[in-house]
Write a protein that binds this ligand. Structure first.
Ligand code: GNR
Ligand code: NI
Length: 218
């Protein structure tokens, strides 16, 4: 068994869509052994083949507690058959995205069909961390990282902030300029119907200063 190098962002390989495995042979089993060792060494609870640079639809996982026995799981060509409409939130991290963690919503339960280490077809009903981890790993097979959801979230938050900023500006700016015009008019050409009608602007303040209070001659 060999510990392989985990590739990290930004690396275009992580964006590749992984290819289905024809047959679970020696090569695939060696890859799964290496992936598991690489995952334990990292340490992590799941690893997709693309994270060691191999674009095959293979995932390894072990969500058992450290003190307990190891419970390695192998998924070849996994397909999600069913997703629970109810979402669950987990703080996620990724070995390919060091030092970033974020709460991500995903279906709380899912059913996944796959081939095991020996190429035997299996169906697994997953919930909790297992369901989250399977979905996180299956995203890797599509070239998707958890931070992609984050940036969408950030984008929508940004647009909300921008929207509020625009609304506030639309309210505040006219109020400020209205106030200024009022003030200017009062101090200089107040009661000057002509000035008001002309709509005195800031630039005209220097001229308006020449007017006397109540002067309506201009
Ligand atoms: O080690 C890992 N922990 C983890 C925690 C919450 C949700 C998903 C994961 S997977 C991650 C390992 C990894 O990057 N797998 O692709
Ligand atoms: Ni990951």
């Amino acid at each position: 068994m060999t510990i392989r190098t985990i590739i990290t962002e930004p690396n275009q390989l992580l964006r590749q869509v992984s290819k289905p495995v024809d047959q679970v042979g020696k090569e695939e089993q060696t890859l799964m052994d290496d992936m598991l060792e690489t995952m334990y060494d990292a340490p992590g609870i799941g690893l997709a083949a693309i994270q060691v640079g191999v674009p095959k639809r293979i995932i390894v996982m072990d969500i058992s507690k450290e003190e307990g026995k190891k419970e390695p799981r192998y998924f070849v060509n996994p397909v999600i058959k069913n997703k629970d409409p109810i979402k669950a939130t987990y703080e996620e991290g990724c070995l390919s995205v060091p030092n970033q963690f974020a709460e991500i919503d995903r279906p709380s339960k899912c059913e996944v069909e796959y081939l095991d280490y020996h190429g035997k077809k299996q169906l697994l009903k997953a919930d909790g961390l297992l369901a989250t981890c399977i979905q996180h790993e299956m995203d890797h097979l599509e070239g998707v990282l958890f931070i992609d959801y984050l940036s969408k979230l950030k984008k929508s938050k940004m647009s909300k902030i921008k929207f509020i900023r625009v609304v506030v500006l639309m309210l505040i700016v006219p109020m400020l300029s209205f106030g200024q015009n009022q003030g200017t008019c009062y101090n200089t050409v107040s009661f000057c119907p002509v000035g008001k009608r002309m709509g005195f602007t800031k630039n005209m303040q220097s001229f308006s200063g020449a007017f006397e209070m109540g002067d309506t001659s201009v």
